[in-house]
Design a protein around this ligand. Structure first.
Ligand SMILES: [Zn+2]
Ligand SMILES: [Zn+2]
Ligand SMILES: [Zn+2]
Length: 347
């Protein structure tokens, strides 16, 4: 994630800021320029400090869950992130409301990243065949609704925004990592499989050569996985145990990790992070001195990211908290990520 600057006083701004903490000017994210713009408070329309262009806020700003901008002359009411919402929870319940806020933070970061990758985001409302939408659902009683993806609809259960519940699920499923942004990245991976792979025979053939044949019975594969767990040596070929369950899940897991790595590298770049260890191990050193979204060669990104990720894990251990990135990326997984990066760069 980028760092931003106030257009009025140059104070540092973060992606979720609603105003500048130093000068009080309002802030808004302009997805077209990927910049945070600032505005004199109490003016209408909002005219940006630096650009002199008029904007309005996305309607979800009134709930404090969105700070994205829409050009003033545009008649849409919601930004490109919020117009993907098909179902939001009943907000009269204050617990639902605070969970929805957490989901929106993760979703906006996801959409920011998809735009940075120049992936086409089509709302399902206007593109019923190939569009994307989100259902944020509070599960009631013994309803069978689960977090998942089907035909462009990404469903996220509100309970995933409850950190205690999420930790229980993580333990129950023996996962090293379970987060909201991880869910979004994984589920949207299934969506982009339909968009980027399933519509192109050549790409589908390349996919099968790397991830395996997705025509294998999905329900039976998952059943086998939940009965027997991952095969031995799963780390040689997959990023997580769950990724071994079926080629579709391998794809979605690897896609999510590809997005993790791209985001961490961009953040490191904006902070100017360089790792220069005081031991003679060249593999531990490196720096992210480029914006990963402009780099064609995935290995360049990966080699800059790996030492940073390792050092962040070590910093977390200094604080007695779990590793930020508790995974081992094998050579085979890097190859899978190279395939994803190449595919994304072609779009
Ligand atoms: Zn300011
Ligand atoms: Zn919005
Ligand atoms: Zn999945």
């Amino acid at each position: 994630m980028k760092l931003f600057e106030c257009g009025n006083c140059s104070h540092t701004l973060f992606f979720e800021n609603l105003s500048c903490e130093k000068c009080g000017h309002l802030t808004g994210y302009d997805h077209l320029s990927a910049e945070m713009l600032t505005f004199q408070p109490n003016t209408h329309p909002l005219v940006s400090d630096r650009k002199g262009i008029a904007y309005k806020y996305c309607q979800n700003r009134e709930f404090g869950v969105c700070n994205w901008l829409i050009p003033a002359e545009d008649n849409r009411e919601f930004c490109p992130a919020c117009e993907l919402n098909r179902t939001i929870p009943n907000l009269s319940d204050s617990e639902n409301f605070s969970k929805w806020q957490k989901l929106e933070v993760a979703k906006h970061r996801l959409v920011y990243q998809l735009l940075a990758l120049r992936l086409e985001i089509l709302p399902q409302e206007t593109n019923p065949e190939i569009g994307l939408c989100f259902d944020f659902i509070a599960r009631q009683g013994d309803s069978k609704i689960m977090t998942g993806h089907a035909n462009g609809v990404v469903t996220i259960l509100l309970s995933e925004a409850d950190s205690v519940h999420r930790e229980q699920m993580r333990k129950q499923l023996s996962e090293p990592y379970r987060t909201l942004i991880g869910h979004f990245r994984h589920e949207v991976g299934h969506y982009f499989w339909d968009r980027l792979i399933n519509r192109d025979q050549k790409v589908l053939g390349d996919f099968r050569a790397i991830f395996g044949n997705e025509q294998a019975d999905y329900a039976a594969s998952l059943k086998t996985y939940y009965q027997n767990g991952a095969p031995e040596n799963w780390q040689d070929s997959c990023i997580s145990q769950y990724a071994t369950s079926h080629p579709w899940e391998d794809w979605a897991e690897t896609w999510a990790h590809y997005l993790h790595i791209m985001d961490m590298t961009e953040t490191a770049y904006y902070f100017g992070i360089a790792v220069r260890p005081k031991v003679k191990n060249m593999a531990l050193g490196g720096s992210a001195d480029f914006d990963p979204y402009t780099v064609q060669d995935f290995l360049t990104i990966y080699n800059a990211w790996a030492p940073i990720s390792f050092s962040i894990n070590s910093l977390n251990r200094s604080m007695g908290i779990p590793d930020a990135y508790p995974f081992v990326v094998s050579h085979a997984v890097v190859e899978k990520m190279k395939f994803i990066h190449h595919l994304v760069c072609r779009q």
